[in-house]
Design a protein around this ligand. Structure first.
Ligand SMILES: Nc1ncnc2c1ncn2[C@@H]1O[C@H](COP(=O)(O)OP(=O)(O)OP(=O)(O)O)[C@@H](O)[C@H]1O
Length: 214
């Protein structure tokens, strides 16, 4: 399966976009399994809009987004749910954890849906990312950096062919970013998945095949 966009333009950004060049807006974009794409964009230029449109959360755009032969605009809720649970995983900029659930519960809600990762593996990843001691803490009581590490692990608890990431390391220091990106890369490689990282500045978190300006 391939991700393909054509003539994509978010309607709220339309007037602003007509005044500047972009590698993605109004163009065609293709991403295949196993490819790593970096999308660079200054604050406020549409990273979150892009990621949420690709994930099917937003539909206020012109043009089209295809996952394989499925046009996101016309897929049914069931087809979209199936795509998200089998093909597309995501790390949201705003994390979207359940604040009153513990760290472990936040992960278990996702993990138990497909049971493709063992609880032991989850514990190991929490240890690796330095949040094992937060297992029983409500997400709302975790620091933003801890919540971000939790939401990174959560994204890895399902089968996927594409991983969408919206500034996934914005609350992390260099060391934690290195550890978290190493974990993400190893799981992406296991799945032979594609990775799309939308971020503010150039970085070497992953060995990209392509870098585009939003
Ligand atoms: N539904 C909407 N209606 C009007 N304007 C919107 C809407 N959604 C986003 N915008 C505007 O579009 C621009 C891009 O927003 P977006 O959140 O995608 O940017 P971003 O690149 O992710 O920014 P940041 O790096 O600061 O998180 C912003 O100026 C925002 O105010």
């Amino acid at each position: 399966m391939k991700l393909r966009t054509s003539g994509l333009v978010p309607i709220p950004l339309k007037d602003r976009l007509s005044a500047r060049q972009s590698d993605i807006w109004s163009q065609s974009l293709e991403l295949e399994k196993g490819r790593y794409l970096s999308v660079l964009a200054p604050s406020g230029t549409g990273k979150t809009t892009l990621i949420q449109s690709l994930y099917g959360i937003r539909r206020d755009y012109e043009g089209a987004i295809f996952w394989g032969d499925q046009n996101l605009r016309t897929v049914t809720e069931e087809e979209l749910a199936h795509l998200r649970s089998t093909q597309i995983s995501i790390i949201f900029q705003d994390m979207r954890l359940f604040p009153d659930c513990t760290a472990w519960e936040n992960l278990e809600i996702k993990r138990s849906l497909t049971n493709t990762v063992s609880p032991e593996q989850v514990s190991e990843w929490m240890l690796q990312l330095g949040i094992a001691d937060k297992k029983n803490a409500p997400a709302a009581q975790m620091s933003y950096g801890e919540q971000q590490r939790l939401s990174i692990i959560r994204a890895l608890l399902q089968p996927f062919s594409f991983l969408l990431m919206d500034e996934p390391f914005s609350h992390l220091d260099k060391r934690n970013t290195r550890i978290a990106s190493g974990l993400i890369l190893s799981v992406v490689q296991q799945h032979n998945a594609a990775l799309l990282l939308a971020d503010l500045d150039e970085n070497d978190f992953f060995p990209y095949h392509q870098t585009l300006q939003l």
